[in-house]
Design a protein around this ligand. Structure first.
Ligand code: TRP
Length: 462
């Protein structure tokens, strides 16, 4: 069937813009803030290996499925799932996949925005020279003071949510294309520059050993689950964000190619960020084997120290955190876009109203995360992993480790088993051949079975 539908929300102006927007969504705090700290928490090499396997065998197939469903449905994930299911005579209950996705997006953005806010705060601090010639103690002091001041955190969180709402209100195309066009390449360049610094000044080889030499005795069930959850989180999968962006994709673009490009770019950024941070930590006398070092504050502790000792550090530090804010910003937008598009489609409210309404709801939910960094902090154990930031960790585990993979499972099953083989082949623009067979098998079998196995393992059933 030829693609006849058009999205009421518009379309990307080119394939490149889709790649930039999807990369903008994928590359964010997940790569730079989160990946290094969980790689440390879960013991390094073996965790990283599982994470890479999850990207290749689960992430990329699910991404292709998401883009494909989005482009075929051309609506918000909730309505896309319903329409596509009805087209093949299946239950409209498939829309629940979209509903769960929107819910996951709310939860994720609520804490994402708090961290995004901290990144804004750091950009401002650097620009005003707070970190000039600081030592480890002073840097740590700045972070501590911020984390223990709920009012200040709330302020930065509010600012970040406002920024997100403004872009989404303008429409993703007008609002986003310009931002991702220059910021993403700039961030990448700066990271490569920092990598050079880490090679020259850090304990580079030891850092690489920690990151890439798998020691399976350090791998836990919680680590495997977290590796899979993070593969979804970092590629923006499982909640409909990429499906939404796929719905703006021009008809003839190769879904296979764009998915692989986005996944590679995202993985490269995460690995480079980790290769910057670990050698520098080790050179500063911090043992990555000590789990207490790792937590939400990791990059905010390590990076300012780096810049403090670098020539033109104030300038580079400012630039880095400004770019990090842009990366987080272009990710946050994709977390809220499915919900906004759904309100516009189904309730006929204006984009502006929808954006404000949803941003306010998520902002309020964010207060939980703000307080869990200080007043409400508590620690608990999850599958053998010690968690110290209370509700923040609960929301993080719930959304990333359970809701996203569950959504991804449903999406892969829908593309692999509910839609016809013919329609998938047509959408992918492939002929019946080895290449198609491999991709189809990944979507039908490998990805779903992989997800189920990880879930079984956390339930201690295997
Ligand atoms: N991928 C982004 C990051 O790594 C976060 C993100 C944006 C996301 N959109 C998403 C995560 C959708 C899950 C689902 O920072």
């Amino acid at each position: 069937m030829p693609i006849s539908r058009a999205s009421i929300h518009g379309q990307w102006s080119s394939r490149l813009i889709f790649i930039l927007a999807a990369t903008g969504s994928a590359v964010g705090l997940g790569n730079i803030w989160k990946f290094p700290y969980i790689a440390g928490q879960y013991g390094g090499g073996a965790f990283v290996l599982i994470y890479l396997l999850c990207i290749a065998l689960i992430g990329i197939p699910v991404m292709m499925a998401e883009v494909l469903l989005g482009r075929r449905g051309r609506q918000s994930p909730i309505n896309t799932m319903q329409t596509l299911a009805e087209e093949v005579g299946r239950s409209r209950a498939w829309r629940l996949v979209g509903v769960m996705g929107v819910t996951a997006g709310f939860i994720i953005l609520s804490f994402y925005s708090v961290i995004g806010g901290i990144a804004v705060a750091y950009a401002v601090k650097f620009a005003s020279g707070v970190f000039v010639d600081s030592d480890a103690e002073q840097v740590g002091g700045v972070l501590d003071a911020l984390l223990h001041d709920p009012l200040q955190l709330l302020l930065w969180h509010s600012l970040f949510m406002c920024m997100t709402a403004v872009v989404v209100a303008r429409g993703v195309r007008a609002g986003l294309e310009q931002a991702v066009r220059y910021m993403m390449p700039a961030l990448f360049l700066l990271l490569v520059l920092m990598l050079g610094y880490s090679m020259a000044e850090g304990a580079f080889i030891q850092g690489l050993e920690f990151l890439f030499m798998p020691d399976f005795s350090k791998l836990t069930r919680a680590g495997v689950l977290a590796a899979m959850g993070h593969a979804f989180f970092t590629l923006s999968l499982g909640m409909g964000a990429i499906m939404m962006y796929g719905s703006y994709l021009p008809g003839r673009t190769s879904i296979v190619r764009v998915s692989v490009i986005v996944a590679l770019a995202d993985t490269a950024v995460a690995l480079i960020a980790a290769m910057v941070i670990f050698p520098i930590m080790i050179a500063n006398g911090v043992d990555p084997g000590e789990k207490e070092q790792f937590g939400v504050g990791l990059i905010f502790n390590v990076l300012p120290l780096t810049f403090a000792h670098m020539p033109f550090g104030g300038l580079f530090g400012t630039l880095f955190f400004v770019l990090l804010v842009f990366a987080a910003w272009s990710s946050a937008i994709s977390l809220i876009e499915p919900a906004v598009a759904w309100l516009v489609e189904s309730r006929r409210v204006s984009r502006i109203k929808a954006a404000v309404l949803i941003a306010l709801t998520i902002w309020a939910l964010g207060i939980v995360s703000v307080l869990s960094l200080n007043r409400w902090a508590f620690s608990f154990e999850f599958a053998g992993a010690q968690k110290t930031t209370g509700m923040f960790d609960v929301l993080d585990i719930l959304a990333n480790n359970f809701m996203l993979p569950l959504g991804g499972l449903a999406i892969a099953l829908f593309a692999g088993w509910v839609m016809t083989r013919q329609s998938i082949r047509d959408e992918l623009g492939l002929h019946e051949g080895l290449w198609f067979k491999i991709i189809y098998a990944l979507v039908r079998f490998v990805a779903p079975i992989g997800i189920v196995l990880v879930f079984l393992s956390i339930l201690k059933l295997i």
